[in-house]
Write a protein that binds this ligand. Structure first.
Ligand code: GAL
Length: 460
């Protein structure tokens, strides 16, 4: 989630009793899934070829809302370059590739007519993964809603549950013979808050009513999507992904603790608890009661689904103190000058990864997979190389904390780095580079960064 930041920790690693395990691939176990994560709009390009329909991100970018005025028309050109890119992924020793299916590429109008050329593209790409011995992990929805559906209200319209069911049914029927790992949604907290509350992302809508409607419909789709995958795909491994940030009070006093609790509800609990049959966490954040306005009789029974795994996506922690501004986000505290921050202004905080894993492991979930984690730093291409020691250091420290949690019994079974190749970073455009591979956006030349080589050697 692009907009939240926190303050620095004081020498966390040096604090007494802070055990840090030695990092080796074997200590994660033989069946641990190592992969990279990507998403359709951020890498594919080919935004209006072969019958693809317009998405909310095509529309949003065309209005000049992106910081560098860019768009995803070409992005990584992955639509045309997937063969050489997947070959490179294999050379870096990753065995798992997480990608998303673009809803408007498959159903240009959102429902109805199928774009067979779009389906063909995914068939070819999936077949190429399997040919190379790379396991495909598909996400049904990573933020690129068909614009035609947005014009009918998008996620605020209850009909999205039927639209999504049609789309999920189609994808699982067409690809489920070969794709066994599925995720329903990417970060519902991300697209509902940024897209329908703050309006900083597509489709740029604002207001608490729209937000709560979108939240409830996303929760219904999350469970319904799970049921559809279960029905259509034999031997499936089904998950969904949640953005999460360990949330702490600025000071150990009541008002700060209450502020932290409120943020924790919105950031970490709102989407997983209904899935687990716990309902919405209204008691800890009473304004959520308004969500009931969007609920129909029988909805409570439709919200739960037993996922095989939950995907956690963690980038930073959040520090909270109360604010006079009646907006929940105003309770966060920005990083101070001592904090180590990334190009996104996010605090590097590996211990927050450990804390959030511990927090989620208290839920009755079968398995946790880190489906995104990574960092943008100001990379420079010098004499054909990109030296990015900060990123290597970031990955080592986050992986150590994951291993520590795993050794203490948290059932983490996989790790997907965000991301493979520098790509389109939503409202930030192309400036933040998150890749293990550098992309020259003028020539589409891929240059493996030192961090990419680090993973290659680590995963040998
Ligand atoms: C996540 C999102 C990704 C990527 C990443 C880095 O919230 O799912 O698409 O942009 O953040 O900012």
């Amino acid at each position: 989630m692009a907009a939240l930041v926190a303050i620095g920790r004081v020498n966390p690693v040096l604090a007494a009793g802070n055990y840090i395990p030695e990092l080796t691939k074997s200590s994660f176990g033989d069946n641990f899934h190592w992969g990279v994560a990507t998403s359709a709009y951020q890498i594919e390009g080919a935004s209006d070829v072969d019958g693809k329909g317009e998405s909310v991100w095509d529309r949003f970018t065309s209005r000049g809302h992106i910081k560098d005025k860019s768009d995803g028309k070409i992005a990584n050109d992955f639509y045309y370059r997937y063969e050489s890119d997947l070959k490179l992924l294999k050379e870096l020793n990753f065995k798992n590739f997480r990608f998303s299916l673009s809803w408007p590429r498959i159903l240009p109008e959102g429902t109805g007519t199928i774009n067979e050329k779009g389906v063909d593209y995914y068939n070819r790409m999936i077949d190429e993964c399997l040919r190379l011995g790379i396991e495909p992990w598909a996400v049904l929805y990573h933020w690129d809603l068909p614009q035609k559906l947005e014009e009918k209200g998008g996620w605020t319209n209850r009909e999205v549950v039927d639209w999504f069911a049609e789309y999920a049914d189609l994808c699982t029927r067409r690809f489920g013979d070969r794709v066994k790992h599925w995720m329903v949604l990417n970060e519902p907290a991300g697209f509902t808050t940024l897209g329908y509350l703050s309006g900083t992302h597509a489709p740029q809508r604002t207001g608490i009513g729209k937000y709560l409607a979108a939240v409830h419909h996303a929760c219904l789709c999350q469970a319904e999507g799970g049921r559809i995958i279960r029905r259509n795909v034999e031997k499936s491994h089904i998950g969904t992904t949640f953005s999460c940030s360990h949330t702490e009070p600025y000071k150990p006093i009541g008002s700060h603790q209450r502020a932290a609790k409120r943020l924790d509800v919105v950031l970490n609990r709102l989407f997983i608890e209904p899935t687990l049959g716990m309902g919405y966490p209204i008691q800890d954040l009473p304004f959520l009661k308004k969500i009931e306005k969007h609920m129909l009789p029988g909805d409570e029974q439709k919200l739960p689904f037993e996922f095989d795994f939950i995907g956690l996506q963690n980038y930073f922690r959040v520090i909270a103190k109360p604010s006079l501004i009646p907006v929940i986000w105003a309770n966060r505290v920005k990083p101070d000058s001592t904090a180590e921050i990334t190009e996104m202004g996010w605090e590097v905080d590996p211990e927050g990864m450990y804390d959030i894993l511990k927090q989620f492991s208290k839920y009755p979930v079968k398995e946790i997979i880190i489906t995104e984690n990574g960092a943008a730093f100001p990379d420079r291409l010098v004499d054909g190389r990109v030296h990015d020691p900060q990123r290597i250091n970031f990955y080592k420290r986050y992986l150590q904390q994951i291993l520590k949690a795993k050794q203490e019994g948290v059932n983490v079974q996989g790790y997907f780095a965000w991301t493979f190749i520098d790509n389109f970073e939503w409202a930030e455009g192309y400036r933040p580079r998150f890749g293990l591979v550098y992309n020259d956006f003028d020539t589409q030349e891929r240059i493996v960064k030192d961090s990419g080589y680090w993973f290659r050697d680590f995963l040998k």
